[in-house]
Design a protein around this ligand. Structure first.
Ligand SMILES: [Zn+2]
Length: 158
């Protein structure tokens, strides 16, 4: 950010609380440069105690249903909407499970747990198939999309 979002003055570097940050000399706005995108991810269980994972069309990798929260949504609404968009299923009893920060891509991953009563899959632009996992050996971790998926997955079987 080069200009103040409040008053349009050109921002200049200053030390604030030990951080070298851009500040506005007119209105004292501080650009902390700490924005992140928030992704809402859901680990949903079937009545048979299986976990629902998805294979992404983009890279053929496996992860949990999820995506970016939209402005105006609660985190739970974002998780529920993304789950529906990627599977066609309505997840319920959505509860916070854990959260991760991944600053190198300015991402916060909020992971929920939930339940699904009826298993079905509605074809969509993002996901090629759903994968039901009962035991860790049901999937190959090397097919997972990234370290966050692996970490969440492993935590479920500890
Ligand atoms: Zn300003």
């Amino acid at each position: 950010m080069n200009y103040c979002p409040n008053c349009g003055t050109r921002l200049v570097y200053n030390i604030v609380d030990g951080h070298n940050v851009k500040t506005c000399s007119e209105c004292n706005y501080i650009d902390w440069d700490n924005w992140v995108n928030v992704s809402c991810v859901t680990v949903a269980y079937t009545n048979n105690n299986e976990i629902i994972m998805v294979r992404l069309k983009e890279d053929n990798k496996i992860t949990f249903p999820g995506g970016y929260r939209e402005l105006g949504e609660t985190l739970e609404q974002g998780a529920t909407r993304e789950f529906y968009e990627e599977t066609g299923m309505t997840v319920k009893e959505v509860k916070l499970y854990r959260a991760y920060t991944k600053d190198e891509i300015r991402l916060v991953w909020i992971v929920f747990k939930g339940k699904v009563d009826e298993i079905k899959f509605t074809d969509n632009s993002e996901v090629s198939e759903i994968i039901l996992v009962k035991n860790p050996s049901d999937v190959d971790v090397r097919d997972f999309r990234g370290p966050l998926t692996i970490d969440v997955f492993n935590s479920l079987f500890e």
